[in-house]
Design a protein around this ligand. Sequence first.
Ligand code: ADP
Ligand code: MG
Length: 586
Amino acid sequence: MMSSIIKLLPQNVANQIAAGEVVQRPSSVVKELLENSIDAKANNIRLIIKDSGKTLIQVVDDGIGMSNKDIKLCFLRHATSKIKQSKDLFDLKFMGFRGEALSSIASVSQMTIISNNDDQTEIGNKIKINAGQLVLEEEQALKKGTSISVENLFFNIPARRNFLKSDSVELRHIIDEFHRISLINHNINFILINNGNEIFNLKKSIFKERIIRIFGKSSLEKLVPIDEVTDFVNINGFIYKPDFARKTKTAQFFFVNNRFIKNHHLNHAVKSAYEGLIDDKYFPSYFLNFEVPNNTIDVNIHPNKTEIRFDNAQSIYAVLKSSVKHSLGQFNISPTIDFENGIKYHTPYDYKNKTPDFPKISVDRLYNPFEIEKMIDIKIDDLDTGDSVSKINFPDKSISFPSFQIDGKYVISKNSSGLVIINQQRAHQRILYEKFLKEFCGESKLSQALIFPIKLDLSKKEINVVLGFKTNLIAIGFEFSKFTKSEIELSAFNPIFNKESIEEFFREIIMDHENDINKVSASFDDYMARVFSKSHSSKSKKSLILQEQHSLINDLFACNEPSVSPFNQKIFKVIPLKSIENKILK
Ligand code: ADP
Ligand code: MG
């Protein structure tokens, strides 16, 4: 007998399965409903929740509304007004387009939809859907717009309802979603009410004001604008100054064509633009919108549509990184990349106006590069080193203080709070780096003429690399008596360099160029200072007499940023007396 064991799933079961993809928790419902209101061109959107969305999630808008016919279609699977033909998929102007959200949500909740698409009447149509089944249809008073209420989410799937987290966790997720949507849609008024309390009341405003309304007035002083226009992407928005970087990813927002997205690649671009300004373990904050032609992105790769693919991913990465650096530089936070426009003397540290206090840069000064801590296994949190570098007050040069060296690598000393361990090579690099940078950024460059011009022994390929830096080299005091495709002859140099090793410096620039060092530098001056600090610093092991140890310590703590090397490595560590007492020798 011919029999079949394969059956088509009933529609409501199919929808419940689909709901697994779309609806993970109350915040997923919030996202879908808010997006629908935005797609409906609403000017006012009210989000009302009870018990962190477990009892009620309601969104009321004044958008285009739905006809009586559309109301009865909208909760069916693949019902959408946003795509008419497959080519529409490649030119998306809407947040949603799959026609899956309402059907999925309706299948796992009790939903009420009231809508009116006519501004001449105040009578709308209402339907109630229980676990995907239409149970009521009537008229109800409503101005033009739509109200959708989702009650008792997952009431018919106890396993999923039990899986929901505490109210505070679910509320957190809802607020996150609310931030993502309301930030970028700042031209819309939003209200969020939880258990009768108005948590947010955001008036239509410019982007900056929306950020401040959400993240507090204190964010005003943290924001640095970004505005970059290219022929394949426009980037605009704000980044936080490096001082405000945090150990948790508090405010990281990328939007593409006004849609919140997550993207590791872009995050990496921002992070690397902050390199040297914040510690590795810290996260920069940003609010950045990318405008790209719709046909150069693919939003279809993730069901929740928070991940997208760019056709020009590499170029966007590069533009983003350089514009973040540029903004950090423009606002005097770090040097500017300005290879094209010739030389601009952006001083990374504002030497002229700075008293030698220590910068507020949030580097993790607790990081210990030395083995000692691993051996004794103290947790960093247990170490009372929360005090800043300002406590490391080394006495004046003339007064002697104890110090000694171990392994030709570390200088050990003490201050009022404890034992100080310094990596001498990194310290030396920092001292030199700041010295070079100061020289390069200073107003008058020293230049010393050579009686006999030096002809550099370089290949054509190498000369071509140097050509890229020619104007910069001139700006820091070099003069060329000859500069052709096959020959470079130097007639003057900056006496900060050692004449004997000038050719070596050129090799260094070329080599580091090949190793991409300059790509992570914030400016040519920064790049040169790094190159030279590396080549001039003492090798990893070098014995130092007491006097040399002392001047190393004094020079280091006279630096603007004594805690990290120009290559972002920790220079010193303080082991507080307290932790020696309580931990190490307990
Ligand atoms: P999608 O947004 O992917 O089209 P949804 O399931 O989210 O699918 O919504 C289905 C349809 O219901 C939408 O295409 C739209 O026509 C209609 N709709 C949903 N919410 C609203 C709203 N707030 N205002 C007007 N129409 C809406
Ligand atoms: Mg939708």
